[in-house]
Design a protein around this ligand. Structure first.
Ligand code: SAH
Length: 371
């Protein structure tokens, strides 16, 4: 029996969830089988007098065949199926789905606890990119970001992060090979679960997404960046830079008051040295604030020792009439970076007609819920 499926279709799922959680024993305090990395599953099997090697068949059943109940997993003995029966295979429900004129699809995922987060599916020539959320809200307080204006309701667990991919792949009947951790939340404020979700996504018996095809974006949580380097997380690193002077950055992004630009750049340098990979710096151009030639000069000096790419993005105004991008200044800015030998790209703003900015859909959802 697949309790997850029953719960998903049920309007009073929280009540049912409590009921079933009481009725079924909780294996090792973890209830969702999607919550386990393959290594953890191997340990669980050993602790339950079974062969660790079955972890591979379980993973293939979950992520390749996409079984909806543990007893559908092929290649494992019946006694193991019985042991796995108490586990749930929950997936977030897609509460809202909006398709943009440019094909971008924005989702509002709803979890069993009633909380909701956003995801975005972008289409490129080479396939799809899914943008996933990592927290139910965000504590970082960046002044341009819609997520910061909403209540924070905690971390997403690894299975809730992984579940966003499973739900979208099922809904759209696509295979997603590229991921960005750029939805709601600060991934490095939820480092343990984010790391575990990366281990699941990249597992060769699981979804098998290439580490080079996953980017984790941070606003600049320095200890997290150093941890990523130390532990060699299977992903690339993106850093939301946006400002090149400490005063402006601290005002707009409170994280800079704790780890300033010098600390951030030092951590980025360490990261590139340890991992041998480049960093993607995201820079949202704000007319008259950070898009002047002098800002480009400072940016060039700031990243001069760091192998990197700069991604220039337009600021997505939170309200109508907010500052848009000055295209001429953006082109000039990019040319200046390129002349200095930097690799700079300009990202097309996608999905603006469906409230593309991170947190906007969740904001509407919370407003409707509290009406
Ligand atoms: N907390 C992480 C990831 C989530 S935000 C981070 O800060 O990187 C994902 C990206 O969207 C970040 O680069 C963030 O700075 C950017 N962003 C947020 N609000 C935006 C807006 N209104 N316009 C343009 N980019 C925005």
């Amino acid at each position: 029996m697949d309790i997850g499926r029953i719960l998903k279709g049920c309007t009073c799922h929280r009540l049912w969830y409590t009921h079933f959680m009481k009725a079924y024993p909780i294996p090792n305090e973890k209830t969702s089988l999607y919550e386990y990395t393959k290594e953890e599953l191997r340990s669980w099997l050993l602790a339950h007098d079974d062969k660790a090697a079955h972890a591979e068949a379980i993973y293939e059943g979950l992520y390749r065949l996409r079984v909806r109940s543990t007893d559908e997993i092929p290649g494992i003995p019946l006694r193991l199926k019985e042991k796995l029966a108490p586990f749930l295979l929950p997936r977030p429900a897609i509460a809202t789905r909006r398709v943009s004129k440019d094909g971008t699809i924005k989702y509002l995922f709803r979890f069993l606890d009633g909380q909701a987060v956003e995801g975005v599916l972008l289409h490129y020539e080479h396939g799809h990119i899914l943008c996933v959320s990592t927290q139910k809200g965000c504590r970082m307080g960046c002044d341009f970001c819609a997520s910061s204006r909403l209540p924070y309701a905690g971390n997403l667990s690894a299975d809730e992060i992984v579940g966003q991919l499973l739900a979208v792949e099922e809904k759209e009947n696509v295979s997603i090979r590229n991921l960005v951790y750029m939805g709601i939340g600060e991934p490095l404020d939820n480092a343990d679960e984010v790391k575990r979700s990366l281990q699941i996504f990249t597992d060769q018996h699981g979804p098998g997404i290439g580490a080079r095809h996953i980017s984790v974006s941070t606003c600049g949580v320095v200890p997290g960046i150093l941890r990523m380097a130390e532990e060699n997380w299977p992903c690339r690193l993106a850093v939301s830079l946006h400002h090149v002077d400490d005063q402006k950055r601290s005002q707009s992004m409170p994280v800079n008051r704790k780890w300033n630009l010098s600390a951030l750049m030092q951590a980025c340098k360490t990261y590139t040295e340890k991992t041998g990979t480049i960093i993607l710096f995201e820079y949202a151009l704000i007319p008259g604030v950070n898009d002047r030639p002098a800002d480009a000069t400072r940016l060039i000096a700031l990243v001069k020792d760091i192998p990197c790419r700069i991604n220039l993005i337009g600021l997505n105004p939170l309200q109508q009439g907010g500052p848009g991008t000055d295209e001429e200044a953006a082109t000039r800015f990019r040319a200046q970076l390129q002349q200095a030998g930097l690799f700079a790209s300009k990202r097309k703003a996608l999905g603006q007609d469906i409230d593309g900015a991170c947190g906007q859909l969740r904001g509407q959802f919370i407003q409707e819920e509290t009406k």
